[in-house]
Write a new protein. Structure first.
Length: 405
């Protein structure tokens, strides 16, 4: 947990500068898990076929709607805005440090978060980030709450095209991660093939069930096979802001506010996904598949892999369909783990043998990011060697996304 001062005014927050990095880094840094900004409500108009227009996501009296129905968040968010259906501050970097979240307007969040790609590149410069892989913000949850497979696929395709255009300003530094939902895996594979042709190196899926289907369901087999054949990375990423019966969230029925649900669902949904993908045989059947677990509260990984290995050793012989290796073998071979740069448990994760899986994740421009100074927060650590820092800030992301630079 960071010791950075909180309780700031907006003026104080916006005046912050990144600490100096000493000694300076002699390599390009890679943000393996950045995000796009909160989008304008009509972002989809140039990209979504007109036949879907009346189903497009919109906010009505502070509640998100799509498909002509509510997909509103059932757990109260801090200071929800009736125009955005969210708290703009939750989409503004380092807003957790504010004394009053209401100081941040939607315009503030979009400007500071880089609605214009030129502004995003300037923010990366200020933060010391050379290359950023961009996961969605507005679209982090919406597609999974939908019932119509055709509309879910069309909406994802529209966002992927918007993201492609956004990154075209500087394709080396801005690298989009396409969004794909599992409603219809034939459509999902077609979209996977389409975005690969456009140059995307990774796609995002959620760890949650969708319409009752787990990520280890047989329907996913064609998707994992295609991702392996196309050499495209899978980023598994949890989110918030919208919900529906189509996408239940672990803990939603037993938590009472955003703090509780956000703290709980992010790690446990990933823990479930790791268990299903390792013990369910996905990693065994697709040995070249690369999977990242991002924004996950990573400290659980050492304990969970040990726990799964222990169960495998004691109970595995009773389940002949289990893969031949223990879960930690597959995780260390094929998986990656997003970590925040100041995370205190990084040393513990290294001690657990996970050094080669750790990927620097700024989470910019979300409220809980460190900005400016996320790269410095890792580079200036005294508990990591220079070689370990380079793995986190660069090398492991190169391996995850399978790129040379």
């Amino acid at each position: 947990m960071s010791n950075i001062k909180a309780g700031l005014t907006k003026q104080e927050l916006f005046a912050l500068e990144a600490p100096a990095i000493s000694p300076p880094l002699d390599y390009e840094t890679i943000d393996g898990d950045g995000h796009t900004v909160l989008l304008k409500t009509d972002w989809w108009k140039p990209y979504l076929p007109k036949k879907w227009a009346d189903w497009a996501p919109q906010v009505i009296d502070g509640v998100w709607h799509a498909e002509g129905r509510s997909i509103g968040y059932y757990t109260p968010l801090p200071s929800t805005n009736k125009t955005t259906g969210n708290t703009p501050a939750l989409g503004s970097p380092s807003a957790w440090r504010l004394k009053d979240l209401s100081e941040i307007s939607l315009d503030d969040a979009q400007k500071r978060g880089g609605m214009n790609p030129v502004d995003r590149l300037a923010a990366m410069d200020a933060d010391g980030i050379d290359v950023a892989y961009l996961y969605p913000s507005t679209m982090l949850s919406i597609p999974w709450t939908l019932h119509s497979s055709a509309f879910a696929n069309a909406l994802c395709a529209a966002h992927n095209d918007w993201l492609y255009d956004f990154c075209a300003t500087d394709p080396h530094r801005l690298r989009g991660v396409a969004t794909i939902t599992p409603h219809d895996m034939i459509l999902a594979v077609e979209e996977l093939e389409r975005v690969k042709k456009k140059g995307f190196q990774a796609v995002m899926v959620r760890p949650n069930t969708c319409l009752g289907i787990n990520i280890d369901h047989p329907n996913y087999e064609r998707f994992w096979a295609a991702a392996q054949d196309l050499d495209i990375a899978i980023g598994i990423h949890e989110g918030f802001s919208q919900s529906s019966p189509a996408m239940p969230r672990l803990g939603q029925e037993r938590t009472h506010n955003f703090l509780q649900l956000h703290a709980f669902e992010h790690p446990v949904e990933h823990m479930m996904a790791v268990m299903l993908m390792t013990t369910g045989g996905i990693m065994h059947r697709y040995p070249k598949l690369r999977v990242g677990f991002l924004e996950n509260g990573a400290g659980w990984a050492g304990f969970w892999l040990h726990h799964l290995d222990e169960h495998y050793e004691k109970l595995g012989r009773f389940y002949p369909d289990l893969p031949p290796e223990k879960p930690s073998f597959y995780f260390k071979r094929q998986c990656f783990l997003g970590v925040e740069p100041d995370y205190e448990q990084i040393g513990h994760l290294i001690d657990c043998g996970l050094e080669d899986t750790l990927v620097f994740s700024s989470d910019f421009p979300h409220f809980d990011s460190i900005y400016p100074g996320s790269v410095a927060a890792c580079a200036n650590r005294t508990d990591l060697t220079a070689a370990q820092k380079k793995k986190i800030l660069r090398t492991n992301s190169l391996r995850f996304y399978n790129v040379s630079n």
